[in-house]
Structure formats: C-alpha cells, structure tokens
Design a protein around this ligand. Structure first.
Ligand SMILES: NC(=O)c1ccc[n+]([C@@H]2O[C@H](COP(=O)([O-])OP(=O)(O)OC[C@H]3O[C@@H](n4cnc5c(N)ncnc54)[C@H](OP(=O)(O)O)[C@@H]3O)[C@@H](O)[C@H]2O)c1
Length: 338
C-alpha cells in the first residue's frame, strides 16, 4: 500500500521530513476494521509527534489521527461494521496513524460516516468532535438535550479545529457561547458557527466579558496553553463553575486558586479511552454515531476550510507548515491517493 511516513524527526521545511513510501498491507485481527482511507485531516498532535528530535526510526513511521474511508475487511470479532461500510474515526495514538491507503482501527472507536458529507468533509471532524463532545458533555457534565440551556460557556480559541466544533456542540445544547479569536477572519468564522459574542484573546478578557454582559461564566473550554490562561480562568469562572482544558501545561498549576469558588477543573484527552482500553471505550463509537446523526440532521456542519489533494509527502509537509503557523481556521484535509 501507499503511505506517507517519516524516518527522522526534521523541521517541516526539510524535504525529507515526510517521505512517500510503499508498505505491506496490514491484516485485521480481533475487533479491527481494515479501512481503505479516502481522506485524512491534520491536527496539532501530528506536529507535536513529528517535532524535531535526535531520533531515527528503524522502519517508516506513519502519523495521522483523523480519517474517513470504507471498510475493506474485518477481524473475526467485529460486530458493528461490515465490508463496504463508510466510516470516520480518529484512531489510537498507540498504533500507526492513518496516512496510508489501508489502515487498522478498533471498531469500538469508529463511527458511521455522516451520509450527507463527502469523505473530505467527514475527515475534518472525528478527533476534534470527540474532544469537544467529551470535554463538554462528559467532563463539564453539560446536557446535550438542553437541561443547561441559557448558561454561558467561554471557548478560548474558538476558530481552531476543536473550538470550531465546540462552539457548535455548545449551541446545540442551548448554551450562550462567547468565543475568543484575534483576527477578522477567525472572528468571522466563530460568528458563522454560532458564537453569540466574539472577544479577542490578545486583549483584556475580563473587561470584554463585562462588555458582553457576562463578567463571570458557567463553563470554560480552554484549547491553548493552560498555565498561560490559568489566572484569567480563575478570575472569570462563576462559583461552582466547571473548567476543562485540552492542552498540556507549561508550568505547575495552582489548583488552590479554584477552591474559593468551589470551581472544578478537568483535563480532557481524547486518546485516554483507547490508550488505556477503558471498559467504556465504545462510548467513542456512540459519540461519533451521535455526531453523524446531528450532521445529517443539519444541526452541525463540517469544519472543513481547506483541502489538498492527493495525500502525499509534499502535501503533508504543506499541511504541517500551515498548522505550525498557528493561524489555522477550521480544519485542513488531504484527499485521494496519487
Ligand atoms: N486533549 C485532546 O484530546 C486534544 C485534542 C485536540 C487538540 N488538542 C490540542 O488543543 C490545541 C488546539 O488544537 P486545535 O486543533 O484547535 O488548534 P488550531 O486549529 O491549530 O488552532 C488555531 C487557532 O489558534 C488560535 N490561537 C493562536 N494563539 C492563540 C492564543 N495565544 N490564544 C488563543 N488562541 C490562539 C488562532 O486564533 P487567532 O488567529 O484568532 O488568534 C488560530 O485560529 C492544540 O494544542 C492541540 O494539540 C488536544
């Protein structure tokens, strides 16, 4: 099969940072689906894993944790899918990534591809949708059915891949959403996705929240350096509020800061379930199925904003370069094979 892989961890400007390679076709075992990959997306996890270091792989390493494709074969224990089914999924960080023509993934973390979207539109979504879904509905315990409608959520970095779907899921749950973005195009994108207010994370956040009529908020969904936003999050969270962060911290956090308000803080990592093979791992199958239904019902839209074709080393280099610029709005997808 064709694949895009790395052997060394190089700056993305280096033509050898990704290579077009031929690899043996993988064989499905147990609960594995063998998927023929039609489109893949790129996330900051790809650039973090690829970041330059003094290490060489003995055999080519394939990255990529967002795919849409068609089931080609199934392992003996598969019950949820059959050959020919169209699927979308993020996969496991412990296994080879999906930047290959054929890819193995455990059916418990796979959803049916939304019928109303093409493969590229679908590939934009799984990793970010799982992160936003688990962060809002599991970690913050927000009811998607509307029991918390009217409460206010602050999304720090509304226009990035995760923020783009978090805004939509929060609106679907009936929340009032304040998103942060600093450029005209990222601010406009947040409004298009349904944000009620857009404020600028490069300016005074508490003052802007006051201007928006919410000096304190019920929930905060943070998608940028956690330590960098820790003080302001403590200042603007309401008593008994809930904060979720999806980004590692650059310094130890002073959890005591949240005690006076009895505020909760949670981490969300969408790879936890697959990494530890938790008994409820198939919640990710259910979450993706639910997201697909909402997409097909027109209650959510794809976050795809840019597409490159084919899936090749040159285009993956361009995609990583774009992500590393820190200016991504929505999601970038690679589609088709050379
Ligand atoms: N825990 C998990 O499971 C999980 C899952 C997915 C992603 N993540 C992590 O979450 C982070 C965000 O991922 P993503 O895919 O949403 O990123 P992304 O798409 O690359 O985000 C791009 C956006 O970041 C904004 N930005 C840049 N600097 C900022 C700052 N100082 N404050 C606020 N916003 C800023 C920019 O907005 P402006 O141009 O408007 O400033 C830009 O539109 C990454 O670190 C990623 O690794 C974690």
């Amino acid at each position: 099969m064709k694949a895009v892989a790395l052997k060394r961890y190089l700056p993305i400007s280096d033509p050898e940072s990704f290579l077009d390679v031929e690899l043996p076709d993988p064989k499905p075992e147990g609960k594995d689906l063998l998927v023929r990959v039609h489109a893949v997306s790129v996330n900051p996890v790809d650039t973090k894993v690829r970041s330059p270091k003094d290490k060489t792989e003995a055999s080519p390493r394939v990255l990529g944790w967002d795919a849409a494709g068609v089931v080609e074969a199934t392992g003996p224990d598969v019950t949820r899918f059959k050959k020919g089914d169209a699927v979308f999924y993020a996969g496991s960080i412990l296994r080879p990534g999906c930047d290959s023509e054929l890819h193995l993934v455990d059916e418990r973390i796979v959803g049916p591809k939304p019928r109303s979207l093409d493969f590229a539109q679908a590939a934009a979504l799984p990793l970010t949708a799982l992160t936003a879904y688990e962060g809002l509905f599991d970690r913050c315990a927000i009811d998607p059915g509307g029991r918390h409608a009217g409460r206010t959520l602050l999304v720090i970095n509304g226009a990035g891949g995760v923020g783009s779907i978090a805004i939509q899921l929060a609106k679907l749950a009936g929340l009032r959403v304040i998103a942060t973005a600093s450029r005209p195009e990222s601010q406009q994108w947040c409004r298009e996705l349904g944000a009620d207010h857009v404020i600028n994370h490069r300016e005074d956040i508490p003052r802007q929240l006051e201007d928006a009529g919410s000096p304190e908020v019920d929930y905060i969904f943070n998608t940028v350096d956690t330590a960098g936003y820790w003080t302001v999050m403590g200042d603007v969270i309401k008593p008994f509020g809930r904060i979720v962060s999806i980004v590692e911290t650059s310094q130890p956090l002073d959890l005591g800061r949240m005690m006076g308000k009895s505020a909760s803080f949670s981490w969300e990592l969408m790879f936890t379930r697959s990494r530890f093979q938790t008994p409820d791992m198939d919640e990710q199958h259910r979450a993706l199925k639910q997201v697909a239904e909402w997409l097909d019902a027109g209650r959510l839209r794809t976050t795809l904003t840019e597409k490159l074709s084919p899936i090749s080393a040159a285009n993956l280099r361009a995609a990583h370069g774009k992500l590393e610029s820190g200016k991504m709005v929505g999601k970038l997808v690679l589609e088709g094979w050379r």
